[in-house]
Design a protein around this ligand. Sequence first.
Ligand SMILES: Nc1ncnc2c1ncn2[C@@H]1O[C@H](COP(=O)(O)OP(=O)(O)OP(=O)(O)O)[C@@H](O)[C@H]1O
Length: 338
Amino acid sequence: FEFITGSSFLIGAAISYFYGSDVVKVGQKIADITFCYSGVGLYECCGKPWIKNDIDGLIADLKQHVFGQHIAQQIIPSAIAANFYKIKPTKPLVMSFHGWTGIGKNYVVSFIAKNFFKEGEKSKFYHLINSRNQFPLEKDAFIYQEQLKTWISSNVSFCPYSVFIFDEVDRMPPGVLDGIIPFLDHHEIFNGVDYRKATFIFISNTGASLIMERYFELWRKYGKTREQMTLNDFDNIIIKGAFNEKGGLQASDLIDHSLIDHFVPFLPLERSHVEQCIKAELEKYSVNYDKDIIQEIMKVVVFGPKPENLFSNAGCKRIGRRVSAFVQQKKLKGSSEV
Ligand SMILES: Nc1ncnc2c1ncn2[C@@H]1O[C@H](COP(=O)(O)OP(=O)(O)OP(=O)(O)O)[C@@H](O)[C@H]1O
């Protein structure tokens, strides 16, 4: 691991004012450096043990907690491990997560943060950007582009292992991401900063309908089961969708220049997966449950498209709230079942 150097910290401190929440006071940074080098380990530093990249932990978490996403479970840990352990990666890791709402894209990211950083999502090297809020106006795309460049370069110079998550990229004005293309490309060092150990993840609903159409095609035409579907089955259609559908990746040079290493399809969730989500939520409350309780909660979950009604329209998104309401209701009634 490399530790923060004085010069990179100063550059970072000087220009990292763009995103208020990420501003770390200069005094704090000096303390960080002092304690990092002294090995006291009280403050988060860009090195061990703060950056842990626990790949086994990530694999175990995805297996235990994320239902119905076997493609994501296979590709994500290996992509992260490959970039992290390669002594000289040629470029930063860039992944793009695609799929319908409520099916685990952000959930998976939370496990990446948990296993990559000791501080998890609270790490100061972990940056979750909501594209809709951060880049609201199409007319300001060029300004955002410049601000994003400055901000990313200061953060990576501060910690080469920085992780950037761009949620709701489909709500970002097209062109904003083109400003960071040089950082994502094959450069050893660009303007004095080495981006090769950084990770960039773009999340969007782009391509969701195409993923579902392809799912039906693979199932009906080629007789594939869900588990037999692979990354290659979806690769081209997602790239096409991402390039053509409205949003930050639309007509983007990021795609044109093949800078996205993995387009990860998240598959729509079926009944059995929603049931697993319900069980997992009920277990959090340590309540006894049986089939009838699960079916009662399932009644409010809407499935589509017609005629098969195979997939949950909102995945597992509102299951947490539904289970909590159900448990409260049962408690109020003083039911002995719960
Ligand atoms: N595949 C899954 N396995 C287990 N739980 C899931 C899964 N998908 C979603 N959930 C549950 O639903 C919640 C919402 O999911 P998540 O935030 O990952 O949705 P998303 O795919 O990012 O959707 P959106 O595109 O709307 O942001 C999660 O916090 C988790 O509790």
